[in-house]
Design a protein around this ligand. Sequence first.
Ligand SMILES: Cc1cc2nc3c(=O)[nH]c(=O)nc-3n(C[C@H](O)[C@H](O)[C@H](O)COP(=O)(O)O)c2cc1C
Length: 177
Amino acid sequence: MKILNLYFSATGNTEKIANQIAKAAKDAGHIVETVKITKDAEVDILAYDFVFIGSGVYTWLPGKPMMEFLNHTRERYGNLGEIKPSSPRRAGKKAVVYCSFGGGHTGINEALPAAKFMGQLFDHLGYEIMSEWFFVGEFHGRLQHLSTTGRLGNIEGRPNEADLQDIYQRTLGILGV
Ligand SMILES: Cc1cc2nc3c(=O)[nH]c(=O)nc-3n(C[C@H](O)[C@H](O)[C@H](O)COP(=O)(O)O)c2cc1C
């Protein structure tokens, strides 16, 4: 299967996850293209059967470059007539949406809008959203204190080795290995 592995990562957490997804998918024998999103990135999404898309959570939504990418990609596919009324399903097209988040104030509720937002482009295009995954990612920089004082307790060092193992297994599972 041809797999597209899209991600945005501002402080490196989602990048670790995306690399682990790529490793598992390749180990399972698939062809994987990994793309770190920039705001102007143009990606031929419809050329892929299976898409992983992930971002860190920033004020409850994906990072800004990912937001801009999703918005202009929706506009481009809309203009091409690929987003149809009622969004009919495209046979065999599947997506997994995931976030990495710190949940410093309200826990996973902060990540839910981000996953829903990212998933909508694929739902509009007729992809089946197979799953939404949420991974804990420590805060870096000026908000670092939230890694020990937030709603999720001590999340320093996340995603850690155990998280990455979990991601590897989940990826194999969703790909039917
Ligand atoms: C400036 C900033 C804002 C953040 N805002 C949120 C937020 O609103 N909700 C949340 O759950 N996590 C928030 N986080 C935590 C990040 O989502 C988390 O660390 C994530 O794993 C970062 O992923 P990345 O390194 O791939 O960008 C924030 C982190 C930073 C640095």
